[in-house]
Design a binder for this molecule. Structure first.
Ligand code: SF4
Ligand code: SF4
Length: 222
């Protein structure tokens, strides 16, 4: 057994344990994305970083627990870098929420984004409707793919389309994926823009949507 300290709380774990094992044993939590117990601990996402007493930041899912180590799970530095990591993951994330089975409350990235106030995930990530249930399948112009998440998709839970009251998802790649989704489902872009103007008014993003639609359509990039 080795003895170490998590947030100043003493804990003992078996030799060959990881910091994450010790953190859980001590009753604390750190978020994880890529980690799967006993299956994957390659520390590729780095969301589970923690701070060692010397100031070093390490991924807790793969770093070995050792005698006397002192670990902080949510120091100011940890939170700052964890937020930056979530932002980086989102920047390279292919936003395919509309057809992802991990949505409707199961998306860990959405949960982390909310926790850290990182914006960039559309309402579709929260919507419990997917596959054949998605309103786009019925030809209904739901603005979920281009609207910023955070409302818990309350309208779509009632099978009403999102009309974008929370405002547009601002990152270009999110909008682009959203427009591709509308094109894929043959949703009339004039209708989308018309609905978006209810809450977004003359927001230049409504024009961006139209421009992206034209480019994607004419460029055959869908
Ligand atoms: S119903 Fe709307 S919010 Fe739900 S997945 Fe379909 S497009 Fe997205
Ligand atoms: S209209 Fe507003 S409350 Fe309803 S699903 Fe869209 S963003 Fe959420």
């Amino acid at each position: 057994m080795v003895k170490l300290y998590i947030n100043n709380k003493e804990v003992q774990v078996e030799a060959a344990s990881t910091l994450l094992d010790a953190i859980v044993r001590a009753g604390f939590k750190v978020p994880t994305l890529c980690y799967l117990k006993d299956m994957f601990n390659e520390a590729t996402c780095r969301v589970c970083i923690v701070e060692l007493s010397g100031g070093r930041l390490v991924p807790s899912c793969s770093y070995p627990a050792s005698e006397g180590l002192r670990v902080l799970t949510d120091s100011e530095r940890v939170l700052k870098y964890r937020r930056a990591i979530v932002e980086m993951i989102l920047a390279s994330h292919k936003i395919k929420c509309q057809s992802c089975s991990m949505k409707g409350g199961y998306c860990q990235l959405l949960k982390l984004s909310k926790e850290f106030g990182v914006e960039g995930i559309p309402v579709c990530a929260e919507c419990p409707l997917y596959g054949s249930e998605c309103l786009l399948n019925l030809g209904i112009a739901c603005l979920g793919p281009v609207t910023i998440a955070g409302c818990d998709a309350i309208c779509t839970k009632e099978r009403s389309p999102c009309i974008g009251c929370r405002g547009p998802a601002s990152p270009d790649d999110v909008l682009e994926e959203g427009i591709k989704t509308f094109i894929k489902y043959k949703i009339n872009i004039d209708e989308v823009v018309g609905i978006s103007e209810l809450f977004w008014g003359s927001n230049p993003l409504t024009q961006t949507i139209r421009k992206l639609f034209t480019n994607l359509h004419e460029g055959g990039r869908v």
